[in-house]
Ligand binder design. Structure first.
Ligand code: ATP
Ligand code: MG
Length: 459
């Protein structure tokens, strides 16, 4: 148990002192208060991991203090001090939510054990709540024996045991998060938490408090302290997904955390030491991110101590058959009865898979629903030609059809307009899907439609 901050409340300074010395010897920091009112003030001003309070005190007794803490929605563990012959009051305190009691006179070993148990319990409760969410997500093991994937497995096994930061790159759906978890599992940190945080999915203004946590009263609405993801990952691994989507100002703070291995919660001034391993991922080219001002160069070098690039599925077609089987089983069908119809595997291998393994899984799931199991036929899959294929078709007809070469700008615009038309036809007019096919944002599509097809009045 690392050093924690413990608030000791007792109206008798001598008694307080005994406990303070004991706790300090255990490696904890101690704040002392002479009564409940003073204790509440200290509690509000500091980040406190445990409160140990005497029960009989003037002004505000132990039970009242406990009630006041709970009224603030604080879950901080509270231990009460009691003397022989007054154990009933300690039991009453526990009915009011105290975690345990300490019997006076103190026995060093008993105090040490009880405090460790209560602090541990608080930690375990916090980790459990997190683990429950994590386990529900059900992570796969890696499937695929292709040469490029074997190279990936070897890198994971090599870098896993070290403390090196790792940068994982690869297109969407190639298994970057799976790889990050595999690195964590191959490390001595595997019994501590793997804490993923998706920088793109969390609004910029919330991201900082998610990472750093905050003290009570740090801002309006911070009614109780909150532990951040960095602290949660202490001793384990923090996975910063979509790193290039993290605001630049926050990237600077992240860099400082990585260099100094410490954080301060928002609105606090206590320095918290951490033992973190960082794995970051991006589906963009990180160097392009650096050039485009989306990724700090110093941070890039800091996280890119070791890099792993996940190959796109189209470059390891030999893995497709195994993956299909895996997903058939994963979605509750027997691979003995449910198979690809003849010729379908070849079609799957020819397809470009812009969404990679995730797209394959979704497509298999869809095919299973459509077929109800049994033979999975080509019609059960949604193998749309990709923009690249449309482009090839379109540009060759352009080249054949025209004797004179049009001005480049004009030619590009013609091609763009035709690609958009084809994508819209294919997407049956659904603009979100058409934009996805073209790998542009809906906003860009909307803008281009206004330019090329003003009559269609895009909305
Ligand atoms: N080789 C693989 N074997 C089995 N399942 C895989 C494999 N690669 C990816 N998956 C599965 O595909 C899904 C997508 O993987 P993951 O979330 O790791 O991709 P990603 O690269 O992080 O994607 P994104 O960039 O979109 O976040 C997950 O459900 C994962 O379990
Ligand atoms: Mg991911």
């Amino acid at each position: 148990m690392k050093g924690k901050q413990i608030l000791v409340v007792d109206d008798e300074p001598k008694m307080r002192r005994v406990l303070e010395i004991l706790l300090q010897k255990m490696g904890h920091r101690v704040l002392g208060a002479g009564n409940g009112v003073e204790a509440l003030a200290l509690f509000q001003a500091n980040s406190v991991d445990l409160v140990i309070t005497d029960l009989r005190m003037p002004e505000m007794d132990g039970i009242e203090l406990l009630a006041a803490l709970r009224a603030q929605a604080s879950e901080v563990p509270v231990m009460v001090i009691t003397a022989h012959g007054t154990i009933e009051t300690a039991v009453a305190a526990m009915k009011h939510g105290a975690s345990d009691y300490l019997l006076r006179p103190f026995d060093i070993d008993v105090v040490e054990l009880a405090v460790a148990r209560v602090l541990n319990g608080a930690e375990v409760a916090r980790q459990n709540a997190f683990l429950r969410q994590e386990i529900n997500r059900g992570w796969d093991a890696f499937i695929g024996t292709s040469q490029p994937m074997q190279a990936v497995y070897e890198l994971i096994q090599r870098v896993g045991p070290s403390k090196a930061s790792v940068l994982i790159t690869g297109e969407t759906g190639t298994g970057k998060e799976l790889a990050a978890r595999a690195v964590h599992n191959a490390s001595p940190r595997r019994d501590n938490l793997f804490v993923p945080i998706n920088c793109a999915a969390i609004p910029a203004d919330i991201l900082e408090s998610e990472l750093f946590g905050y003290e009570k009263g740090a801002f309006t609405g911070a009614v109780k302290e909150r532990i951040g993801k960095f602290e949660l990952a202490d001793g384990g691994t923090i996975f910063l997904d979509e790193l290039t989507e993290m605001p630049m100002a926050l990237q600077a703070k992240l860099l400082r955390v990585l260099q100094e291995n410490t954080i301060e919660r928002l609105g606090g001034n206590r320095v918290i030491n951490l033992d973190l391993r960082v794995i970051a991922a991006t589906n963009r080219d990180p160097l392009e991110g650096v050039r485009g001002g989306k990724l700090r160069e110093d941070l890039y070098y800091r996280v890119n101590v070791f890099s792993i690039e996940l190959p796109p599925l189209r470059k390891r077609k030999e893995d497709i058959a195994g993956l299909v089987e895996h997903f058939i089983a994963k979605h509750g069908h027997s691979t003995a009865d449910t198979k690809l119809a003849p010729g379908v595997l070849k079609r799957l291998e020819e397809y470009a898979w812009p969404g990679n393994v995730r797209e394959l899984e979704n497509m298999v799931e869809r095919a299973l629903i459509l077929s109800g199991g049994g033979l999975l036929k080509e019609a059960h899959f949604l193998l749309e030609p990709k923009p690249a294929e449309i482009m090839l078709k379109t540009s060759s007809s352009l080249a054949e059809g025209s004797k004179t070469t049009p001005p480049l700008n004009q030619a590009v615009e013609d091609l763009e307009a035709r690609l958009i038309d084809e994508a819209l036809t294919q997407a049956e007019g659904n603009k979100a899907r058409a934009a996805a096919l073209l790998d542009i944002s809906e906003r860009t599509l909307w803008y281009k439609l206004k330019k090329y097809r003003p009559d269609q009045n895009p909305s």
